[in-house]
Design a protein. Sequence first.
Lengths: 115, 106
Amino acid sequence: GAGVSQTPSNKVTEKGKYVELRCDPISGHTALYWYRQSLGQGPEFLIYFQGTGAADDSGLPNDRFFAVRPEGSVSTLKIQRTERGDSAVYLCASSLTPGAYNEQFFGPGTRLTVL
Amino acid sequence: AQRVTQPEKLLSVFKGAPVELKCNYSYSGSPELFWYVQYSRQRLQLLLRHISRESIKGFTADLNKGETSFHLKKPFAQEEDSAMYYCALRDDKIIFGKGTRLHILP
């Protein structure tokens, strides 16, 4: 079946603009995760959803970042007033349920460049 | 604090030579540890997890709680092993190390 998909694959924006990044998880996966990978770093956790609710948003760097998953499937990561430091690859992953025993499957990522 | 440390950014190994990618962790409790791999132009994928005690593509990793290590090993490197390798710690979210780029020399 289809894996996790993310759109767009690349996004270039100007400082101060608003962007939305979309994630389509594997069908039936209840847990969805967002990570951010800056150049030369490993992925860093941002937020995860169990169903429609954010179960842990402790990784969101500040209140410019927000994510939703209104129907428990597709998720959108929203970044307001983008800054050059937001430039990174944003990864989405999904798993059947939360918990360490369930493999997280990763999408290809969205490369965000803030000029 | 939970932390994963991969001390080597780049490891170059000749084809046929043994490989060891180092990983140390800091975690209060019993950790769930993993190795992820990202081949060129492919997405991040799970390589192996310590609870499975399995060998994948010839790689193994043993959890050493005394040394808080989870080093990845392979006795004979192959060219197709060239990739980025991330050691990771997980409860619900995953905590990744910074990664080691493994370059297999012909």
